[in-house]
Design a binder for this molecule. Structure first.
Ligand SMILES: [Zn+2]
Length: 190
């Protein structure tokens, strides 16, 4: 079980077993002790995302609300009953070509992959103000592991965190900068 003090309110439309399986992303990413010190706020694993933007809700698989918004810290992962047909596991052959990182083996694994990506946003918010310029520097020199990672520095970090957690050998071989970034940032948290 993931220690209860790593998050605030938990609102889940999943079964208790599924909820526990998705929460394991915290352990997989090596973030238990960090979250005990800097806990998540409200956490939702819900049928319907509610970003306030209808089109975004359809498109996103999860989101984290930014700190200047009212309800921060707030994180949501959409409930999935079937893994999207285009989801593919990251391999050395498709590195850099997939749209987003995902764990396609089961709905719970898929949600856990999204959750670990979102945990990356929390690390960036709570890890200290020095992180943004550092990550921007790595982003400028790195080789983004997915299409989404190539869009902006913070998504570069979150996609790299998911890849580091679940396909570390692929990340290390394809984007050594991103691999070292995650090692450095996680090492600096504990
Ligand atoms: Zn993101």
């Amino acid at each position: 079980m993931i220690p209860r003090e790593t998050y605030g309110a938990l609102n889940s439309d999943l079964t208790p077993e599924q909820t526990a399986a998705v929460l394991e992303g915290i352990r997989d990413a090596g973030l238990i002790s960090f979250l005990q010190r800097k806990p998540l706020g409200t956490l939702e694993f819900v049928e319907k995302l509610n970003t306030g933007d209808f089109l975004l809700d359809l498109w996103l698989s999860g989101f984290t609300v930014f700190p200047d918004d009212l309800d921060y810290p707030y994180m949501a992962v959409g409930k999935v009953t079937r893994v999207p047909a285009d989801a593919r596991a990251l391999t050395l052959e498709n590195a850099g070509k997939l749209e987003v990182f995902s764990l396609p083996e089961s709905p719970e694994r898929y949600m856990k992959g999204v959750f670990v990506h979102e945990l990356g946003h929390h690390v960036l918010f709570e890890g200290g103000p020095q992180l943004e310029p550092q990550v921007r520097g790595w982003f400028a020199r790195g080789r983004p592991i997915t299409g989404y990672a190539a869009t902006v520095w913070d998504e570069y970090f979150c996609e790299s965190l998911a890849a580091y957690t679940y396909a570390p050998e692929v990340l290390r071989a394809y984007d050594a900068v991103g691999y070292r970034m995650i090692e450095t940032v996680l090492g600096g948290l504990s």
